[in-house]
Design a protein around this ligand. Structure first.
Ligand code: GLY
Length: 259
């Protein structure tokens, strides 16, 4: 399987209703939506500066979490599996994404009773890991297999620890052949010597979620050891303030679909 690197990024703007997004810690200060929008714009600008063609879909006020577009589709090898997000309030996010992807990749729908959030699906080379979480059920493993095994991928399931939202809260693969994994997480030690693994210290676990374009890796600001370890691998590191996105349990990968 020969696959070109992504050239496009699909994002979705932040609605005013983002103030009520899922995943907020009870009692935490309210989300600053204007600041979240500024952080989202900086993210879009960073992807654009790295050469991706960035499209930002309009926000939908009825969908407070719609900026977390990663959860709506799993894309690999020119094929998109449109998801059925685990949270009922998020299911309607998928249709606008399907319309935007139509024609650029082949599309397949996830069928009932499978539930999948894209944040639970981590591709590393030719293996796709599906995290079993409060959002992604066991039936989804078969759905991912049906979509991607014919395209040359092996699909494996991994439990996501209770209390964390998604598999990609624990690991990401920003650059082919490289994984960034939080120490002590379910995928820590799971990869063979054919992959370079950057281990993220426990105190910086949030920084295990990264996005890469070429040899540049986007990392959440405020995690110096992770940034240093990535630089030691010869990678460029760009840091982005994620404070208001993290308040709704959002991370860097959540904000885009790359294809
Ligand atoms: N706020 C992201 C989610 O809970 O799905």
């Amino acid at each position: 399987m020969i696959e070109s690197p992504p050239t496009k990024a699909l994002l979705r703007a932040i609605p005013d209703s983002y103030a009520d997004a899922l995943g907020q810690v009870p009692g935490a200060p309210p989300i600053d939506v204007a600041r979240a929008r500024a952080q989202h714009a900086a993210y879009a600008a960073a992807l654009s500066a790295l050469g991706l063609e960035v499209t930002v879909l309009p926000a939908d006020e009825a969908l407070p979490d719609c900026c977390f577009i990663e959860d709506t589709a799993v894309i690999a090898a020119g094929h998109a599996l449109l998801t059925r997000p685990g949270a009922v309030s998020r299911r309607a996010e998928v249709d606008a994404v399907a319309a935007a992807l139509d024609g650029a990749v082949t599309l397949q729908r996830t069928r009932v009773p499978a539930l999948i959030d894209g944040g639970d699906v981590l591709r590393v080379a030719h293996t796709i890991y599906v995290g079993l979480s409060a959002r992604t059920n066991g039936v989804s493993v078969g759905a991912v297999q049906e979509a991607f095994w014919p395209r040359g991928f092996i699909v494996r399931s991994v439990p996501v620890p209770f209390g964390t939202l998604h598999l990609k809260c624990h690991a990401s693969s920003p650059v082919p052949g490289l994984v960034v994994v939080a120490e002590g997480s379910p995928l820590d030690g799971a990869f063979g010597p054919e992959l370079r693994a950057v281990r993220v210290p426990r105190a910086e676990a949030y920084a295990a979620n990264t996005v890469g374009v070429g040899e540049t890796v986007l990392v959440a600001a405020g995690y110096p050891e992770t940034a240093a370890r990535l630089r030691a691998e010869g990678l460029e590191v760009v840091t982005l303030d994620m404070s208001e996105l993290a308040r709704a349990d959002g991370s860097l990968t959540c904000l885009s679909l790359l294809y």
